[in-house]
Design a binder for this molecule. Structure first.
Ligand code: PMP
Length: 362
């Protein structure tokens, strides 16, 4: 590494590994919690028409007013709460970290949790503190409360359901954390569509609670749209960090049109939940496979030699996520996104084939 580079780039950035996205060319892609279904042809045709008519020579509406109206109605956002939009919810996490990154400020999460909380905290100059979950991936409330009084975090992020474990934390434990912390709590509901649980109605109760959603897991990952819901006084400050035209005109137009047919997204989410039940049951019948409960569109499971099995799956053209070695609680754990019925069958067949194969001894 050149001396110039070392002298210019901040040491915490030099030490950081970039968020790695593996190539999935030609593979069955079950690694990134995407919705596997396409939209109905008629809706895709409407989107083509929108593209044809869009004034892409103009900047988009910087406050995305009409998109926010439809989001508010379809997602039952309380009228007293404001909405901020991001280029994916990752960008919202970044705005929150930038706004709160006083010297020595702490951003707290749970481990294992969503990797971007730590990465964004680090590159925004915050100290990240990850509080370990219990062995079955529940919140360790005593450890959280102790860490809160020790570190006085400015911000706590809790994904509900959690990624990569897939479970919902005890809502009462989350309330205790919101009550105990001197800072704000962001409940990240990226996987809410698969969970039947939400903190949306708690927003009015807690002045230090904010709620984040994304359209990525609902079938619109390529559009890049995330939203933060909270009291106008908080969002007015965070809005100052949002770059003026962060949500492009095509994202606004397409998201607005698709949300006029929100039932389609909900039907797809229901289909994914049904597939999740089948996939979990199939995994549970495989010898040596421990399957964890999921309220999300992915399933965490543990088996011997997870890293070798991950690689073999890859050789057979199936890409899932290897979590082995990323955290002690995730030893020998893999995470598979729920795909179409065919993709899930293909994945299960291949996994069974690998597990049944006698080991080739050299
Ligand atoms: N929160 C959680 C818990 C996630 O798992 C993800 C995506 N993996 C995100 C936020 C970010 O989603 P996006 O930026 O696509 O909105």
């Amino acid at each position: 590494m050149s001396n110039l580079l070392k002298s210019i780039i901040r040491p915490e950035i030099l030490a950081l590994s970039a968020y790695h996205v593996p190539s999935a060319d030609g593979m069955i892609k079950l690694d990134a919690m995407e919705n596997p279904y396409t939209l109905p042809l008629i809706l895709r045709e409407e989107i083509s028409q929108l593209a044809e008519d869009a004034h892409i020579n103009r900047y988009p509406d910087p406050s995305a007013t009409s998109l926010k109206v439809i989001l508010r109605n379809t997602l039952s956002i309380p009228s007293e709460m404001a909405i901020m939009l991001g280029n994916g919810s990752d960008e919202i996490i970044q705005a929150i970290a930038l706004a709160t990154a006083k010297p020595e400020a702490v951003l707290m999460g749970v481990d294992p949790g969503f990797a971007m909380f730590r990465i964004i905290a680090t590159f925004c100059g915050m100290n990240y503190v990850g509080v370990p979950l219990t062995a079955n991936f529940s919140l360790d409330l005593d450890a959280m409360l102790a860490a809160i009084s020790q570190h006085r975090p400015a911000v706590i992020f809790l994904a509900y359901p959690n990624n990569p474990s897939g479970n919902l934390f005890d809502p009462q434990a989350i309330c205790r954390i919101i009550e105990a912390t001197p800072g704000i709590v962001i409940v990240d509901e990226a996987y809410q569509a698969f969970a039947d649980a939400t903190f949306m109605d708690m927003l009015t109760q807690y002045p230090n609670l904010l709620l984040m959603r994304t359209l990525s897991k609902l079938g619109l990952a390529g559009l890049r749209l995330g939203l933060l819901v909270g009291r106008p006084e908080w969002l007015a400050q965070l809005e100052k960090l949002r770059l003026p035209y962060n949500v492009g005109i095509m994202t606004q137009l397409i998201a607005e049109r698709i949300f006029q047919h929100y039932d389609i997204l909900l039907e797809q989410a229901a289909a994914i939940k049904a597939e999740r039940t089948i996939l979990r049951a199939r995994l549970a019948t495989m010898e040596g496979v421990e399957v964890f409960p999921s309220d999300a569109n992915f399933i965490l499971f543990r088996l011997n030699e997870a890293s070798r099995i991950f690689q073999e799956l890859q050789q057979y053209g199936i890409l899932i996520k290897n979590l082995d070695g990323t955290h002690p609680l995730l030893k020998n754990c893999l995470r598979v996104t729920v795909g179409t019925s065919d993709e899930n069958t293909q994945f299960c067949k291949t996994l069974r084939r690998i597990l049944d194969k006698p080991l080739q001894l050299a």
